[in-house]
Design a protein around this ligand. Structure first.
Ligand code: AMP
Length: 477
């Protein structure tokens, strides 16, 4: 199938051609005709499948027709759970709509001054991309005119539900014309999501692309068992020095750990920075720009902040802490292997992570193979009977790429391990200093590690504990 056969406006086709897209992705191929026919749609598609264009292209096509009524309010409204995702959606709207006369896109996100947003909302808008909390504020102040709204898109609706935004979404939907077309994109379409769809959509067509099992075939997943925090940090250090690593996102369970680990890595000489929800929007934007430009090689992030990050250079995702929710695992690893590239996802796990690992494997339908790094093997009690990948080249001093590992020379267990490390994992870093984390912050982290179980450490906010008030919820945007 070609984009031409989808009967999209020629200006959109020209922009797609500029983007270098030769053919629609499966979600675009199935969803675009349904939306162009005017149906409501509930679609299950993960980030990385081209889902943004699946709703943005037909939305822009709608804008190529004259508006149905007077006014200057938005004709398309897209709601997103996070600011980063909202920014990507706005960028996509600008990219695909660049040749169109009527495709002015405005973002209304938490963390940005109200005065600027008031000005934006007072001028004519075609596409409004917003996080629910901030949009509700403007709605309650009478600053948004939905009288000519034609399409409402709920992107990553499952995430909006998780983050406690669904009431806000329902309030916003109730303020839009009943005649609107509604599209809902979500990782899952059953359970509560089906209920929400029933309330907000009219006779929706259902589109599901690629099951959880089929996704991420281009991403090599593996795990390393870690004895304790010091061992984990040595493994992390080893992974981050892999010659194959272009850029990495390291996920931590808490914002505080993200800051601390990013600081430690920076001190170790890595171009590292943190990204989390406590940072001001300006700082988050600057960090993402630096990541895109390759100035930051290692981003240490929490789930919420990293959601929606689409940077082609991310070769590795490292789960420093496992996510509490299996869906988050899929979202995390989807930060690598973007647009058909291959990627590597490594999880650093302790022997307390068994339940989480089983939840993740159950959700993805894939078993994650355990791997060992010679010289950094876990203590025997950590071992299990599963086959392990061999990460040795049998020679000291040279690190092989994962592709070489796959071709697999036999592991000489007697040999000195890669990079000449000893069993205690100490080895020389770039600057000739012993690498690993030995500063005061390591001691602090070790103390915490010793007193808190890994699963509870930092995962203080369970679903039940997630903030319920809107002001608190904004923290999650
Ligand atoms: P998304 O799932 O919307 O986050 O998109 C994932 C990536 O795929 C983004 O970098 C898009 O620019 C890219 N993309 C979207 N549609 C296509 C297409 N038809 N061909 C190639 N790349 C695409």
């Amino acid at each position: 199938m070609t984009f031409e056969s989808l009967s999209l406006n020629p200006f959109i086709l020209k922009a797609l051609n500029d983007s270098g897209y030769t053919e629609p992705t499966p979600i675009q191929e199935t969803a675009i005709p349904v939306v162009m026919e005017g149906h409501d749609l509930m679609a299950s598609a993960q980030t990385g499948t081209g889902k943004t264009a699946a709703f943005m292209l037909p939305a822009l096509h709608k804008l190529s027709e004259p508006p149905k009524g007077p006014g200057k309010g938005p004709r398309i409204l897209v709601l997103s759970p996070t600011r980063e995702l909202a920014q990507q959606i706005s960028a996509a709207a600008t990219k695909y709509g660049k040749y169109m006369r009527r495709a002015k896109c405005v973002s209304i996100l938490g963390g940005t001054p109200y005065a600027v947003q008031n000005r934006l909302l007072a001028s004519p808008v075609d596409i409004l991309v917003a996080t629910p909390g901030r949009l509700i504020d403007h709605l309650q102040r009478g600053k948004v005119d939905f009288s000519r709204l034609e399409m409402l898109v709920l992107d990553e609706a499952d995430r909006m539900l998780d983050m406690g935004f669904i009431e806000d979404v329902e309030t916003i939907a109730a303020a839009t014309p009943a005649s609107r077309q509604t599209l809902l994109f979500s990782a899952t379409l059953d359970g509560k999501m089906a209920q929400i769809a029933k309330e907000l959509l009219r006779e929706p067509k259902r589109v599901e692309v690629a099951s959880a099992q089929q996704r991420h075939e281009n991403i090599e997943q593996r795990l390393h068992f870690c004895d304790d925090l010091a061992h984990k940090n040595r493994i992390l250090d080893y992974l981050l020095r892999d010659v194959e690593l272009n850029q990495a996102i390291v996920f931590t369970a808490t914002k505080r750990d993200a800051d601390q680990l990013a600081g430690d890595l920076y001190q170790q000489g890595f171009p590292a920075a943190a990204l989390h929800g406590d940072m001001h929007q300006g700082a988050r934007n600057r960090t993402l720009t630096k990541l895109r430009r390759g100035e930051i090689r290692i981003l240490v992030a929490t789930d919420v902040a990293a959601r929606g990050i689409d940077v082609a250079g991310i070769s590795h995702v490292i789960n420093y802490d496992l996510p509490k929710q299996a869906e988050d695992y899929v979202h995390r690893i989807g930060r690598t292997g973007r647009a058909g590239a291959s990627g590597i996802a490594v999880s650093l796990v302790s022997n307390r992570d068994g339940i989480l690992l089983r939840k993740i494997s159950g959700y993805t339908g894939q078993k994650i193979d355990a791997a060992v790094i010679p010289g950094l093997e876990p203590k025997p009690r950590m071992r299990d009977d599963r086959p392990r990948k061999d990460f040795s080249n049998g020679k000291p001093g040279k690190r092989r790429s994962p592709h070489e590992y796959k071709q697999g020379a036999a592991f000489n267990s007697k040999s000195t391990s890669a990079n000449g490390k000893g069993r205690d994992g100490s080895r020389q870093g770039r600057d000739g200093q012993a690498s690993g984390f030995a500063g005061p912050s390591e001691r602090r982290m070790q103390e915490r590690y010793a007193t808190q179980s890994e699963q509870t450490r930092g995962n203080k906010r369970t679903n039940a504990q997630r903030p319920s008030g809107r002001s608190q919820r904004r923290e999650w945007e």
